[in-house]
Write a protein that binds this ligand. Sequence first.
Ligand code: IVH
Length: 701
Amino acid sequence: MSIKEEIDKLTEELKVYQDKYYKEGVSLVSDSEYDRLTDRLIELEKEHPELQHPDSPTKRVGSDLTNDFPEVRHTIPVLSLDKAYSDEAVLDFFSRSIQKEGGALSFAAEEKIDGISMVLYYENGVLARAVTRGNGEVGNDVTANIMTIGAVPLSLPEPLDIAVRGEVYLNKADFEKLNAAESDDAKKAANPRNLAAGTVRRQKSSEAGRVPLTMFCYEGFWANKEETPSDHLHILSRLKTLGFRINPHLAFFDSDKETARQKLAAAGLDGDPYAFSELDEFIKKKTAERKDLPYEIDGLVFKINELDVRERFGYTEHHPRWAIAYKFEAPQAEAKLLGITVQVGRTGRITPVAEISPTKLGGSTIRRATLHNQEYIDELELAVGDTVSISKRGDVIPAVESVIEKNNEGNTTYTLPSLCPCCHTEIVQIGGLQYCPNYDCPDQVKGRISYFASTDQMDIETLGPKTVELLYDAGILRSIEDIYSADYSGAENLPGIGEKSIALLKKGIKESLGRPFITVLSSLGVAEIGRKSAELLVKNGFDSMNRILNAVDRKDREAFAAIPGFGELTADRIITAFSSPSLRKTIEALSEAGLHMDAADDEKEKSEEQIFSGEVWCITGSFRNFNPRTKALKEIEKRGGRTVSSVTSKTTHLLAGEGGGSKRADAERLGVKIVTEDEFMKAIGGEKENEGNEDGQLLLF
Ligand code: IVH
């Protein structure tokens, strides 16, 4: 046998043993026999490097040569993923995508492995390069180290040109074992990811080879586009056939479970089928299972299945538009607490706010975070100067989560002032919360005016909190009723306000005169009377301001308490609030200004028939005719319907657009009527065929 023949034979033989071992965990030969054959091949390759196969099994062992990780340009886009922190945000991604595509889509859901992103480039079926992500365009060539990973095929059964993306990682158990064996504390890694990252960049691949790294692959890019499978499921199944390790924990989402199941089966993959409506269930399940997985995951990845759609959606500068990562933990950051300021809300509620060192968090710079109330500060034992951790979930206001390090300036736990920071009235305690009891406190007045004018209330365009503040400070607006009687001519010289905005403001004010009585009632800022209680009042006979005030003056507690959901406490509070001379003055002035003080006023002017009156609507998914979808809410409200953000037993209708999620399942379970966009359009007369039946009644409702 010639040297070449011997090398070829050893190469073939060892490949079979390795394959069997790495893929199935089966040893076909004893360890000593395996080592003997390997050593012989290493020796022959050393003497005749020109005869070494590029995918020689000796690469698994690594070598003592020094790696220098040259920079290599990627030939595929190596981007990271856009992030979501709530199931709502993932559902939103589903529905936005479906809406954009204007047709049905399905989504693969994978575990987001907390490891090192790696691209494997195969040329003619042989692993040519393994390249780190780097900056997305240029990465480091770490091929020698990656070749020691048993799960990485050194060659493929077919002579393909293909790039495969995946995650190199270390199992938790292997990490614990290796870290325990490391006697130098300074060299211990903080987590499996760090150890894996260090290993990938070991200078000697023989050392990298001693760390049992492994790899899951999740994306494939064929040089020859025609060979590219048509969807993600078929890519995964093809990668699997080619010898790559694919994470078996795959889930697949479609509009219904059966379709999802069929698509998985068609691709020959084991995976869990889900309907879109089961998303929150899926996320809950994965969150619970996370700690029991042998490896670390930091989230879930949702990817559009259809490749042609991916191509149409393309990429932003940073992310593909066809995928999103759901992260288990909200972003957290460290900041220093520079001070605590105190805000006075429209109801007099006092809220402490943390002023923190500018901190980047979830894509924006945070300077303030809520501290809720004194009790919360006491629980944290929070003092100015402390280093704190800040969190942000989804879109909500950032909050101080915990104290990381106490200040060394001698500051002790912060206590709210005893006087209102705005009007210096003594602060009072009500049910663990702090309030300024002065109805005329400037901050409260400003808050009340802003609330009255806000989009969800009287919706007076251009009268936002900033304008209110300016007009208040200039002495032009000093109460809600002033809105309708103020002389705005003096406002034109105020900074940021000009003739144009005054004209717009006047127009907005005029338009607001036509708002229905319920809106007027709920805009007054009486703590007990939000939109829901305003509706309840009207529905239960208090359909005019006079009826309400008469009962208040009679101190007719029973009449209010009899309203379902009200009770005596609320009744008493309503009586107290409406007995206040200041509020009475406001109501009188608003009535004179011409605002609706009687539900009957609405009838006169009403342009829309109140076809949804008494109904409670929730919406889900995305809509052809309403973008943003809050426009659909407005249509419902205009017609007397109430809108809520989740489906409960009180909900009467669910307006379901494309791609809605768990709300649909909730509606089905609770027997809530599900209305399609087409049906809704008919009901509101948005389409020609809105004729109704012979009685002129709408067919649906
Ligand atoms: S897909 C263009 N799938 O998470 C496709 N990424 O910022 C982008 N990751 O850099 C990646 N598990 O390193 C994808 N199943 C998975 C993943 C995954 C982990 C990593 C990947 C990426 C980062 C996202």
